[in-house]
Design a protein around this ligand. Structure first.
Ligand SMILES: *[C@@H]1O[C@H](CO)[C@@H](O)[C@H](O)[C@H]1NC(C)=O
Ligand SMILES: *[C@@H]1O[C@H](CO)[C@@H](O)[C@H](O)[C@H]1NC(C)=O
Ligand SMILES: *[C@@H]1O[C@H](CO)[C@@H](O)[C@H](O)[C@H]1NC(C)=O
Ligand SMILES: *[C@@H]1O[C@H](CO)[C@@H](O)[C@H](O)[C@H]1NC(C)=O
Ligand SMILES: *[C@@H]1O[C@H](CO)[C@@H](O)[C@H](O)[C@H]1NC(C)=O
Length: 490
């Protein structure tokens, strides 16, 4: 027995298997990128860094397949646009569960633990658009999970923004309750979740509090002693996260759900696009958060730490910047899985970057030295580039804000050139631009080279039994290349 156990432990190490943790870290894997990293590279990145949970905003087929037999638990999201059709038809919900849950569980061995119905559907800025459909969609999905025989392993939830609850006149966490305009709906939904073994999922963003309120005390956003604690009876709150989370716990308790399990579905800090969005602050916030998890620290009102999904894993250059220019920059990693800052994970090991990423050539598109920055065509050219590519690093307080006028134009040109895969015609702004092999990056401002979607190393299949699969794929790729070359020559 002892020998068997010892060999099992050895086998674990030999296979490079991460030792499962009690309460690991999760993260959000969004895919709003012009050039998403291949799913197998992302899954390897997750495993290398001991993430044991991941949240997807929709049932992305490539991501789900790559997560099969990875040992990583998966929360699959349903986009808000699908809430109305799912609310209106039990059959639509059954189809959704069959196509997007059952298939992946049974055919690919994906460990789907949660279905997230909608994404912050009651956000105030939506003006009630999803209020009539969320609850019905939730009920239909739960019924479909039961019918599919999956309701024991897959739990339903609704990721909600922290604006679904608020403190009362005192402003203290202990006065927490659900927002007035959706109070009845919230009680109905939480009651349903409780009856069906579901969980409450909340997204908490101290960064946004700071961004939206110029008087918000900076220290209070982080996990360090604050000069401005909020004193609530015997409890002194020194950071926004604890105060917000406990306001929710009070709101749940006030409505009879004191033992409702809570997950933090999104939490994080962006690194660019705003004066408060930078690498130092992001590191300070995220490290403070992960250190709490390592110490198994909860909040004054709930001493057990919640499961947490960091937002997000990678930068996403095609996120809507309507909420702010920081939106593309929430990643713990840059768009290519490279490190932004030194960071220690909850297992005490330093964060490591993605492996096997291939890039386009070291070519950049810049303003030609013969072009004048006052050329009347410049404004249109830059406007065009920044409409299709991400120029949010140029703004006030951002990483490229120190560029001069020529640098600004070059940055915009290059962003579009990279998004267009460095195609010949893409560095053609009415004769104002030229391709260079000299890296124009300066200081904190990085002129990116896009990843080459066609050329990545196939990640070693992580399933243990799939090594042959990876090899097969590689051979298939070689064979196709050969065939292609032959037919080309002929
Ligand atoms: C499964 O999810 C995908 C991605 O959200 C969606 O496009 C598709 O319609 C879903 N399938 C069904 C049957 O609803
Ligand atoms: C899926 O994850 C849950 C929660 O960690 C775990 O209990 C279960 O054994 C996992 N299932 C599979 C098939 O790995
Ligand atoms: C939701 O339902 C109410 C009552 O039936 C109705 O007045 C309202 O217009 C609906 N809202 C939307 C966005 O459909
Ligand atoms: C560069 O572009 C940014 C954003 O468009 C602008 O705020 C800044 O003033 C520009 N800098 C110069 C020197 O033109
Ligand atoms: C550049 O654009 C012009 C028209 O805008 C076109 O005539 C020319 O062929 C383009 N050059 C390249 C190299 O694509």
């Amino acid at each position: 027995m002892g020998v068997v156990l010892a060999s099992a432990v050895w086998l674990f190490f030999l296979l490079g298997e991460a030792v499962p943790m009690a309460d690991g870290m999760g993260c959000n894997w969004g895919t709003r990128s012009s050039h998403p990293l291949p799913a197998d590279i992302v899954v390897r990145l997750l495993r290398d860094n001991n993430f044991d949970k991941v949240k997807l905003f929709e049932a992305d087929a490539a991501a789900l397949r790559a997560l099969g037999r990875s040992g990583i638990e998966v929360m699959v999201g349903i986009p808000n646009e699908l809430l109305a059709p799912l609310a209106g038809s039990v059959n639509a919900a059954e189809q959704w569960v069959m196509q997007n849950v059952s298939t992946y569980v049974s055919q690919y061995g994906v460990n789907i633990t949660h279905v997230a119905v909608g994404n912050e559907p009651f956000l105030k800025t939506y003006n009630g658009m999803f209020e009539n459909t969320t609850f019905a969609a939730l009920q239909n999905i739960q019924a479909a999970l039961i019918k599919a025989g999956l309701s024991r392993q897959v739990r339903v939830t609704v990721p909600l923004n922290a604006d679904v609850y608020q403190s009362g006149a005192s402003g203290l966490p202990s006065s927490g309750d659900f927002r007035n305009d959706i109070h009845g709906l919230m009680v109905a939904i939480v009651g349903f979740l409780q009856d069906n073994g579901g969980t409450f999922t909340v997204n908490i963003y101290p960064f946004l509090s700071l961004y939206l309120d110029p008087h918000f005390p900076l220290d209070y956003a982080f996990f360090s002693p604050s000069a401005n604690p909020i004193v609530d009876g015997p409890i002194s709150y020194s950071n926004a996260f604890e105060a917000s989370y406990d306001t929710l716990i009070w709101a749940l308790e006030r409505n009879g759900f004191g033992s409702m399990p809570v997950i933090v579905g999104e939490i994080g800090w962006p690194t660019d696009g705003d004066i408060h969005a930078n690498v130092d602050y992001a590191r300070r916030f995220n490290q403070g958060l992960v250190d709490r998890i390592r110490q198994r620290r909860g909040t004054p009102k709930r001493p057990a730490p919640p499961d947490i999904y960091l937002f997000g894993l990678l930068d996403e250059d095609q996120k809507s910047i309507q909420p702010g220019n920081f939106e593309p920059h929430w990643g713990l990693f840059y768009y290519d899985g490279s490190l932004k800052y030194q960071f220690v994970m909850d297992d005490g090991r330093p964060l490591v970057p993605a492996r096997g990423v291939r890039y386009l050539e070291r070519h950049w598109c810049v303003l030609s030295s013969t072009a004048s920055v006052t050329d009347p065509n410049i404004a249109d050219a830059v406007g065009y580039a920044c409409e299709y590519a991400d120029c949010t690093s140029l703004g006030y307080g951002s990483s490229c804000n120190g560029l001069d006028a020529r640098g600004n134009v070059s940055y915009a040109f290059n962003q579009l050139f990279q998004v267009a895969n460095q195609q010949k015609g893409a560095c053609n702004f009415s004769d104002l631009s030229v391709v260079t092999e000299t890296d124009p990056s300066q200081g904190s401002c990085k002129f990116n080279i896009m990843i080459d979607e066609g050329k990545h190393d196939r990640a070693v299949n992580t399933s243990g039994t799939g090594g042959g699969g990876a090899l097969l794929r590689r051979w298939a790729a070689v064979a196709i290349l050969l065939l292609w070359t032959i037919s080309y020559v002929l």
